[in-house]
Ligand binder design. Structure first.
Ligand SMILES: Cc1ncc(C[n+]2csc(CCOP(=O)(O)OP(=O)(O)O)c2C)c(N)n1
Ligand SMILES: [Mg+2]
Length: 220
């Protein structure tokens, strides 16, 4: 969640549910003012769509036709609250009609379906036609936080979603197309890279406490 890398255009995240949405709209306005062809992809959970910041951000982006794609990962729960307890419509994507933008629901565990829907929404945004709301139906296997008892859902529900795991599903598709060896090669490379990164972290010295407040305050 809390990943940032400005060199890759990843502006970061924050712990405020829906807090990233107005920031994404600001980034899209910045792209417009700078005259670039950048499109902002803004990710949030199902809980975010009931926040005021969602309404304000999506509304302004729609009114100004800003280049932003709002991507909602709908995993049915905000922490332990099932979406049916807090959301009156059948589909989150139906909210888009209230802003006059396209709302698309996609199987979030189908890599190619997500890619295709994202490609369309990004192309539209880049053509100056404004934002879209893209909702991927998916699931979170683990708790919202570590050690969570998980009493709000059944074992059967969890198991049925594990069976729909997008990774083996896509790997199976690639293997059918004759790309099995390539998938294994990439998986091996990724495993090595993760192990190298973990070793680097373990072997690196702890940060100097004197740097604690670096990047927290703007120097005067
Ligand atoms: C404005 C705000 N209210 C409440 C919280 C406490 N809180 C943390 S996560 C969360 C719900 C997150 O739901 P969702 O985005 O669907 O994430 P998931 O539980 O699926 O991981 C809440 C209410 C918060 N971080 N920010
Ligand atoms: Mg959720």
């Amino acid at each position: 969640m809390h990943i940032a890398d400005l060199s890759l255009g990843i502006l970061g995240a924050n712990g405020i549910v829906a807090g990233g949405i107005p920031i994404a709209v600001g980034a899209a306005l910045s792209a417009r003012l700078r005259g670039t062809d950048q499109v902002v992809a803004c990710f949030f959970g199902d809980a975010a769509v009931n926040q005021g910041a969602f309404h304000e951000g999506v509304n302004l982006a729609a009114a100004w036709k800003l280049p932003v794609v709002f991507v909602c990962e709908n995993n049915l729960y905000g922490v332990s609250t099932r979406i049916t307890e807090t959301f009156p419509l059948e589909k989150i994507a139906d909210r888009a009609a209230g802003y006059g933008i396209p709302g698309v629901t996609v199987d979030g565990n189908d890599v190619l379906a997500v890619y295709k829907a994202a490609q369309e929404a990004v192309g539209r945004a880049r053509d100056g036609k404004g934002p879209a709301l893209l909702v991927g139906d998916t699931y979170r296997w683990e708790g919202h936080f570590y050690g969570e008892p998980g009493l709000y859902r059944t074992k059967e529900e969890l198991e049925s979603w594990k069976a729909a795991d997008p990774i083996p599903r896509f790997a199976g598709y690639l293997a059918e197309k004759g790309w099995g060896a390539e998938v294994e090669r990439i998986a091996g490379e990724v495993k090595d890279e993760v192990e190298r990164a973990a070793r680097f972290a373990i072997e690196s010295p702890l940060p100097d406490p004197a740097t604690l407040l670096d990047n927290v305050f703007v120097p005067f």
